[in-house]
Design a binder for this molecule. Sequence first.
Ligand code: DGP
Ligand code: NA
Ligand code: NA
Length: 212
Amino acid sequence: MATAPRPRGALIVFEGGDRCGKTTQCSKMVERLKSQGVDAVMWRFPDRSTSIGAAINAYLSNQSQLDDAVIHMLFVANRLEKRDEMLRLLAGGTTLVLDRYSYSGVAYTAAKGVPHLSIDYCKSLEVVLPAADLVVHMSMSAEATAARGGYGEERYEKVEFQARVMEAFGQLRDERWAAIDAAGTIDAIHEQVAAVVEPVVRRTLQGAVLGR
Ligand code: DGP
Ligand code: NA
Ligand code: NA
């Protein structure tokens, strides 16, 4: 007797400003899903381990200067180089939990205010990537994140710039978006995150079709 095809995995994306606790919440969520028997993996974007990622890392750590349009294309290419593997994993039933994705791509570049790098232009470059089933937006003021340890080490960690990034994230909000107040304790935030992630993962594993 033929078995039914395995349902696809969910694409869950965490977004927010620098030092808002995204990475911590991503890994806690993946551990929780795994403990429930869900096949889940966590990835980070930018993926600094590829050759494009190394160029991005040099830029973020102020070891290189690049034109705004050029670094934007590198961030996009860094997501594109993982596209096939993402599609393969999702189609095979693995849930992907991403620490940043296309929304950071659009928000950080749009926040620069360069006329030829508008929100609409940036969005247009992302449409060939698989669409998120859920965006968990960790929301925190630019002033609050600035008070956290290590702040200022990388290029974009400046209060005025982060405030413009928050504004840009606000313009990207759509029906798949869930805002989480990132100012509480790790455990309290984790419970709020799980409350929005788990239903989407369950629903997807019950048979949703892949977006885009
Ligand atoms: P982290 O998430 O801590 O590894 O930091 C990556 C930094 O790069 C952070 O400041 C956000 C920024 N970033 C991530 N993706 C993009 C993108 O696609 N475009 C631009 N311009 N910046 C990005
Ligand atoms: Na960062
Ligand atoms: Na992070």
